[in-house]
Ligand binder design. Structure first.
Ligand SMILES: Nc1ncnc2c1ncn2[C@@H]1O[C@H](COP(=O)(O)OP(=O)(O)OP(=O)(O)O)[C@@H](O)[C@H]1O
Ligand SMILES: [Mg+2]
Length: 467
């Protein structure tokens, strides 16, 4: 069953319950009030009658004309009265009751005998119901008379009946009107949900560029739409990234393959000297090395993505590691006459995987050397703050444009300056560095000015024991 129908039904049921309860309570209270009013007015009339009789000194009553002149309120058209003797026989009664006998009931007789006033309802066939009050008149301990005042309940019953009909007719109308309103409102409230469903269907069909166009409201639907758009945005980005990654990876692998193929074909075209074969095989080996490295790096990255890379967690003395890397880097720099120096190096112990940390630092130093100008200088430093070890690699090379600072950590990203500077490189080094730093709960930052050089800084939390 659609949500709209269910909502409307629930709403209708709740409303019907409220309406019915309300009507019943209203009817009961109104009926009670109307009847109480009748009783009160009967009582007032009876009290007046009794008072007049007292004023007359309880003389036996004979004449009803006389009685009516005594208490004119008894002659009111809507009430009749009767005066009974203690035996229950009628002494006097008002003229408006002539056509019909209304005898004193047993209960009334007994109650008045005991000195009590009593209300009764009476019903005669084919006639409106009556309401009666019977009041004893006691003089010196003796029951002299019983005064009974009565009235027809016709008008009240009529009023109540009309009221009931009104309620019965009005209730379904009110219910129908509010159900229609509920249906309309539920439809309105659910319309954005429909829009979301449609968009989700389009997106499921493959169009990740779709977004929900909904006014950003802070309500549930607004939040849902926001979350949804956010989610699609991320999906879109990560799909794009995957596609980009795949195409970059294929491209990177195709280049060495093309080179190898070209060289191999060329050398096979006609018989050659042994040295020629040798040199092609050497060149091919280089390309194979390069491809192996790329594939290994890719493997590392994809394993890291899946959380499958195991990092050791051993104490690593960074000072020794830095000194070691410095030695390696010095060799690296010799070719292009780049000087690699050690800045301040303080002892620092971190918890982690020594091989990975070595790889991280080596990547940074390799970059520094690679992107330096011949004759340049690279400086490696190691400091500590209270909680962190701070590794830094500074060069005076080509530098990085501000817009590239965030991108250089992306896989396969290489700045144009860098491409112009050297052909070597796939753009995976820094992505791996960032992953390793992250795995050690650290981070890498870069400060750089184009043409002036760059400083890469790695912050790693110190091992607890070294504090
Ligand atoms: N020290 C640096 N000076 C200037 N640019 C740098 C430096 N280090 C990194 N970069 C920029 O960041 C990019 C990404 O570096 P990364 O180490 O990831 O790739 P790469 O060095 O080009 O290739 P490889 O995968 O072989 O390391 C580089 O291509 C270069 O544009
Ligand atoms: Mg690199």
């Amino acid at each position: 069953m659609p949500l709209r129908v269910r909502l409307t039904l629930w709403y209708g049921c709740a409303l019907a319950m409220v309406l019915i309860t309300f009507s019943v309570v209203l009817y009961v209270i109104t009926a009670r009030n109307l009847r109480d009013d009748v009783d009160q007015s009967l009582e007032e009339t009876a009290t007046a009658a009794v008072r007049s009789l007292q004023e007359r000194g309880f003389l036996p009553l004979i004449d009803e004309e006389e009685l009516l002149s005594q208490f004119p309120e008894l002659a009111r058209i809507d009430k009749f009265f009767q005066i009974f003797s203690p035996s229950g026989t009628i002494t006097i009664r008002s003229p408006n009751i002539r056509q019909h006998e209304v005898p004193l009931s047993r209960t009334a007789l007994e109650a008045t005998f005991n000195g009590q006033t009593i209300f009764e309802s009476a019903k005669y066939p084919h006639e409106p119901p009556l309401r009666l009050i019977s009041v004893p008149i006691i003089h010196r301990g003796n029951l002299l008379y019983i005064v009974q005042v009565g009235t027809s309940m016709e008008s009240i019953e009529d009023t109540l009946r009309r009221f009931l009909i009104l309620l019965i007719v009005a209730m379904p109308i009110a219910l129908a009107v509010s159900l229609a309103a509920g249906w309309f409102l539920a439809g309105r409230a659910l319309r954005p949900v429909d829009a979301i469903t449609l968009a989700a269907q389009r997106i499921a069909a493959g169009d990740l560029s779709q977004r929900l166009t909904m006014p950003a409201s802070p309500d549930e639907i607004g939040r849902l739409a926001g979350t949804f758009n956010n989610m699609i945005g991320r999906l879109d980005a990560s799909f794009r990234q995957i596609r980009q990654f795949t195409s970059d990876a294929s491209h990177e692998l195709r280049t060495p393959l093309t080179v190898m193929k070209g060289e191999t074909e060329l050398v096979l075209r006609r018989p050659r000297a042994l040295e020629d074969y040798q040199s092609v095989l050497e060149s091919n080996l280089e390309e194979i090395d390069r491809m192996t490295r790329i594939v290994e790096e890719l493997l590392f990255l994809s394993r890291a993505d899946m959380g499958e890379v195991k990092m050791e967690s051993m104490p690593v003395p960074l000072k020794a590691l830095v000194e070691d890397i410095h030695r390696q880097a010095t060799v690296l720099g010799q070719d292009r006459n780049i000087e690699v120096v050690l800045g301040t190096v303080m002892p620092a112990l971190v918890q982690g995987d020594e091989l990975r940390l070595r790889e991280l630092l080596l990547n940074l130093v390799e970059n520094a050397v690679k992107y330096s100008h011949p004759g340049g200088k690279v400086e490696i430093g190691l400091g500590t703050t209270g909680q962190e070890a701070i590794l830094s690699v500074t060069d005076r090379g080509i530098g990085i444009a501000p817009g590239d600072h965030a991108k250089i950590f992306d896989r396969f990203y290489r700045a144009d300056d860098a491409r112009a500077h050297t052909k070597k490189g796939t753009g995976l080094g820094l992505a791996i560095c960032a992953l390793i730093a992250e795995a050690h709960k650290g981070r890498i930052t870069v400060k750089s000015n184009v043409g002036q050089g760059s400083t890469f800084t790695v912050r790693l939390p110190l091992a607890p024991t070294s504090a």
